[in-house]
Write a protein that binds this ligand. Structure first.
Ligand SMILES: *Cc1c(COP(=O)(O)O)cnc(C)c1O
Length: 357
């Protein structure tokens, strides 16, 4: 039952020019999929040529959003291996999201095995240029053809792969972020801690408004008091105040990032005081007024580290570290990408080799 069927394509494609990949535009030759029904559980795991899915017009995910996803990456190292970074962390988080959405858990060992096999088959799609990678998108969605609102009985899981360009093609530059004071992303008791479809739909209006006034991203405040900092659209947020590294605690409405966890572990290893706690937007403005706000940066799989140069809240602007990348953010970025591209010794055991050179 857990044997993975493999059917290869007769006409494989080729990796496009590594300088013009962008994000999420191209897909590799194959995908992984398996299905769930109440009788057989998860069954028929298979790696097959990339293809479209057809769904009933009454598909429950289209109507009610019962779906989840993950986002991770494979890298080509400087010595030409293909590697994954902390893959089990992402697959275990998929199961935690599944619990929140009443989706049946997957067998992480089986999916891990399938992922390694899929990446091995698609190894020529892993770009080599510094900063590029093969983005991995596992996802699960309900497939019942039924219009009533209930937990679905049938599901599909798939993994698709997309070669992506360097996030910082134009250099490692600080971003401008607007603190959102009108809309909220999630509330305690809601779905904020899951990587589920509706959370991203909930972020769109605020992103459009922020863009209109020249801001690239939204920083969300808590949904009740609109006072405590939560996270950025698809990144967690860190502050360096008076030497201490601070990130909001995971209170149920924040997505627990793997990069966030990685940064906390590295900061402690480097001897910093690294704290997960409530932090209000007032505290950040006060720290800035006292000259103690040293750095602000976002963390996520896409960018790894994203320095923040400006925070705007209710018309007030904070310029952080002269709008320059901070020393700590730079050091973290160099270290984590060094691990991912095989330039730094993997002393945490976070890197899994898929194919040898
Ligand atoms: C994926 C995601 C993050 C970052 O998580 P990583 O595991 O570090 O990629 C942060 N916030 C949200 C809302 C996310 O969806």
């Amino acid at each position: 039952m857990s044997d993975i069927t493999i059917i290869k394509t007769d006409n494989p494609g080729t990796l496009p020019d590594e300088n013009s990949l962008g994000f999420g535009n191209y897909f590799t030759d194959h995908l992984f999929e398996m299905d769930y029904n109440p009788q057989d559980g998860w069954h028929n795991p298979r790696i097959v040529p990339y293809h479209e899915f057809s769904v009933s017009p009454a598909n429950t995910t289209l109507h009610y959003g019962q779906g989840i996803f993950e986002g991770m990456k494979a890298f080509r190292t400087v010595d030409d291996r293909v590697v994954l970074f902390r893959p089990l962390e992402y697959l275990n988080r998929l199961n935690r999201s599944a619990d929140v959405l009443c989706i049946p858990r997957v067998d992480v060992d089986l999916v891990h095995k399938a992922l390694l096999k899929l990446i091995e088959i698609e190894k020529n799609w892993v770009p080599a240029k510094q900063g590029t990678s093969l983005y991995i998108r596992p996802f699960i969605f309900a497939t019942d053809p039924y219009l009533g609102l209930r937990v679905a009985e049938n599901y599909k899981m798939a993994i698709i792969l997309s070669p992506v360009g360097a996030y910082y093609a134009a250099g490692f530059n600080p971003v401008k972020i607007r603190v959102e004071d009108k809309y909220v992303r999630a509330v305690p008791g809601g779905l904020g801690e899951a990587k589920t479809l509706g959370n991203y739909a909930a972020s769109l209006r605020a992103a459009v408004d922020a863009k209109k006034v020249g801001y690239a991203q939204t920083l969300w405040l808590d949904g009740i008091e609109r006072k405590y900092i939560e996270e950025v659209g698809a990144m967690n947020i860190f502050f360096k105040i008076n030497g201490e590294i601070i990130t909001p605690a995971l209170t149920g409405s924040i997505l627990g990032g793997i990069t966030r966890k990685t940064v906390l572990e590295i900061a402690k290893e480097w001897g910093f005081k690294a704290t997960e706690r409530r932090i209000s937007i007032d505290e950040v403005f006060e720290a800035h007024a006292k000259g103690q706000l040293e750095e602000v940066f976002g963390t996520g799989t896409a960018a790894v580290i994203s320095p923040v140069g400006e925070l705007s809240w209710k018309g007030e602007k904070l310029i952080i570290n002269d709008n320059k990348t901070g020393e700590f953010a730079q050091k973290l970025y160099d270290y984590v990408t060094g691990l991912q591209y095989g330039e730094v010794e993997d002393k945490f055991n976070w890197v899994e080799t898929v194919t040898k050179a």
